[in-house]
Design a protein around this ligand. Structure first.
Ligand code: NDP
Length: 272
């Protein structure tokens, strides 16, 4: 039976084994998918052992995505731009291919939710690993504008410099609040929701949006989603579909089969 695994630290909370077992059942693929928690400096030895033991592919989560990037023998363009890898695949010639499926996972979820992207004005809050991973796939949707705004403005500027384009700009929250701009879609990629905090963005900026998407998710709407709803927005979504979408893209890279995401999102939602 082909063996796959997710590597991270901590890893017991990962939903990837459940998601991939649901994909496998749905698509009638025979595989096993386990969790691996290497020591903090032990990613390389753990992944070398995994592939030496016959492992076919792996998902990589925090804090090993940069180590996985270095480990890969070759990488997709989107992984190269993001500087991070969340999917490794052992190829027929023994080389290890690295990809980043967070961006396709997000874009597929936005399109699944019927959120238009082409020629639209998109604001992404946050400039961490998640924002970096989705930049190129979002730009590939040809928005009129993609603005990256971050609490630490220099990180937003650095991110925007990765893809030179007049349609990709960066700023800090102060500049965003004073510009009076409006956006079709606001994506919260900050980790503020994890600590029930709100990014310091003026309510008027949020209230002017048509769609709000928080990459975080939980058993109830995140504080950012609740904030947007309180401001009168009705098109407010969490990142559970992105989680399943990035997994589906990894599954496709490994197995050449594209699973349906909707039933898996429903199944996960019931277990949150
Ligand atoms: P990072 O630690 O790399 O980046 C965190 C970002 O959040 C930084 O831009 C940081 O700003 C900002 N931030 C943190 N706290 C606050 C705050 N109180 N106010 C404003 N900004 C804040 O995290 P990731 O990018 O890896 O992850 C971000 C979020 O995305 C997490 O919630 C994660 O769970 C989620 N995620 C969801 C995925 C999915 O599949 N649904 C996939 C990947 C991530 P600064 O630079 O100023 O510190």
């Amino acid at each position: 039976m082909d063996h796959y695994a997710v590597f991270g630290k901590p890893i017991s909370q990962s939903k990837s084994p459940l998601i991939h077992s649901l994909f496998a059942t749905q698509t009638k693929q025979s595989l096993e998918y386990t969790r691996v928690e290497p020591a903090i400096n032990g990613f390389d030895s753990a992944i070398i052992q995994f592939f030496a033991d016959g492992g076919k592919g792996a998902n990589i989560t925090a804090p090993f995505k940069l180590a996985a990037f270095e480990f890969a023998s070759n990488r997709s363009d989107r992984a190269t731009i993001s500087g991070a890898v969340n999917t490794l695949k052992k190829c027929a010639d023994g080389s290890i291919f690295g990809d980043n499926t967070d961006g396709p996972g997000l874009v597929q979820d936005l399109l699944r939710l019927s959120i238009p992207l082409k020629n639209k004005r998109i604001l992404i809050l946050g400039a961490g690993g998640a924002a970096r991973g989705v930049l190129q796939p979002l730009m590939a949707q040809q928005p009129a504008l993609l603005m990256v705004a971050n609490r630490t403005p220099s990180k937003a500027t650095l991110l925007a410099s990765l893809i030179p384009s007049d349609n990709l700009t960066a700023c800090g929250f102060n500049e965003l609040n004073s510009a009076g701009s409006s956006f079709d879609l606001i994506i919260n990629s900050t980790s503020a929701s994890l600590t029930a905090e709100l990014p310091a963005v003026e309510p008027s900026v949020i209230a002017a949006a048509k769609y709000v998407y928080d990459m975080s998710y939980g058993d109830k709407p995140t504080v950012f989603m609740q904030h947007a709803a309180n401001l009168g927005l009705t098109n407010v979504y969490d990142g559970l579909g992105m989680l399943v979408g990035q997994a589906a893209e990894s599954f496709f890279i490994w197995r050449g089969v594209r699973p349906m995401v909707e039933p898996v999102i429903q199944a996960l939602r019931e277990k949150l």
